[in-house]
Design a binder for this molecule. Structure first.
Ligand code: SF4
Length: 349
């Protein structure tokens, strides 16, 4: 839509068909939720479609702001596929691209709709890694970058995302917990991460398990089967402990179960953001990344643990091994410090 058309849309009461694009990943999709909320409040009559990869669709499927989820099939990568899907955006009068990669650029190309994008601040984020000694200005948080996309419409966004699990998952979670038996809300333990340098050592998780169990805590571990396979000793300890469970369910069910926990312990991962978006206070452990990159859990009252080693952060997203070899950023976060931080956290009021 040309700028004049956009002005008419506003005068007529707002946009009618809005498309929001954020194809991945877990944490990034969660952090777009305040934008959805803000758009729904500003344009209550609009039909909002969210474009996302299949594996993350659960995160927005039950959001009251979303009328339709356009799921991208895993194999939809070829240019002709993207151009064919792009035709579905012809009816949109507002497109909000919160991804800004090549695929979303192709999908949003050449439409009459107004297109808003979130700024990436790539250079400022890179400066945090490669020019640490110069103390470069911090990049805005991911939430602030997404909110900036709506600035041209003078629409403000809430600071804390909320993920809706949906009725099936909520019912399932209540039944699952009832089957476990009576007890205090468990601590959510999230030991997995896609990159090795974001993972706390398995020996530390085992030590934390014993410390929290000694304090009488029940422990509910979340993670994919791959996480469990990567942590065989921890998985065996959990299996042998009647006060511990491991949940490897789909995202909606994980979201629903998280809300029954007292607090969460996690690395810098998507599930950390999911825990915060379900109302939990989080002990967030930063390894090769750092909260200064804009990745701290949203909201207040979390315990963010980062040693700020001279070499930290050494990467934006994570590595397969510590380039220094000592891995002090994670090894130096002691189980005692993490247990004390978890003891200090409770549920959000
Ligand atoms: S110890 Fe330093 S170099 Fe090694 S992974 Fe952590 S931040 Fe990177």
């Amino acid at each position: 839509m040309a700028r004049g058309g956009h002005q008419r849309a506003i005068q007529d009461g707002g946009f009618r068909r809005i498309a929001v694009l954020r194809l991945s990943s877990l944490g990034d999709v969660i952090l777009t939720q305040p934008v959805l909320q803000a758009l729904a409040a500003a344009f209550p009559e609009a039909h909002l479609t969210y474009w996302v990869k299949e594996e993350f669709a659960d995160l927005v499927r039950h959001d009251p702001a979303v009328a339709h989820v356009r799921v991208l099939e895993r194999e939809a990568r070829r240019l002709e596929d993207l151009l064919s899907m792009s035709a579905e955006l012809e009816d949109a009068d507002l497109i909000v691209d919160l991804h800004g990669n090549l695929r979303t650029r192709i999908l949003t190309m050449g439409h009459r709709a107004r297109v808003l994008r979130s700024p990436s601040f790539r250079l400022r984020r890179a400066a945090q890694i490669y020019l640490r000694w110069a103390r470069p200005p911090r990049p805005p948080t991911v939430l602030a970058r997404h909110a900036a996309a709506l600035a041209p419409l003078a629409i403000a966004c809430a600071e804390v995302p909320r993920v809706h699990a949906g009725p099936e998952a909520e019912t399932w979670a209540a039944a699952w917990l009832a089957a476990w038996g009576e007890g205090a809300p468990p601590v959510a333990m999230i030991p997995g991460a896609a990159h090795a340098t974001k993972r706390w050592p398995e020996a530390h998780w085992l030590a934390l398990h014993e410390r929290l169990r000694a304090r009488g805590e029940r422990l509910l571990y979340f993670g994919l089967e791959a996480d469990r396979a990567r942590l065989p000793d921890l998985a065996a300890r959990v299996a042998a402990d009647p006060a511990s469970r491991w949940c490897a369910e789909r995202l909606a069910r994980v979201a629903a179960l998280l809300s029954h926990c007292r607090c969460a312990v996690a690395g810098d991962t998507g599930l950390m953001h999911l825990a915060a978006a379900r109302g939990l206070k989080v002990v967030a452990m930063f390894g090769s990344t750092a909260p200064e990159l804009g990745f701290a859990p949203a909201g207040f009252g979390h315990a963010v643990l980062c040693r700020h080693e001279p070499c930290q952060p050494c990467t934006l997203h994570g590595r397969e091994r510590c380039p220094q070899g000592h891995f002090r950023c994670m090894v130096g976060l002691t189980p005692q410090a993490v247990a004390d931080a978890a003891a200090s956290l409770g549920r959000e009021a």
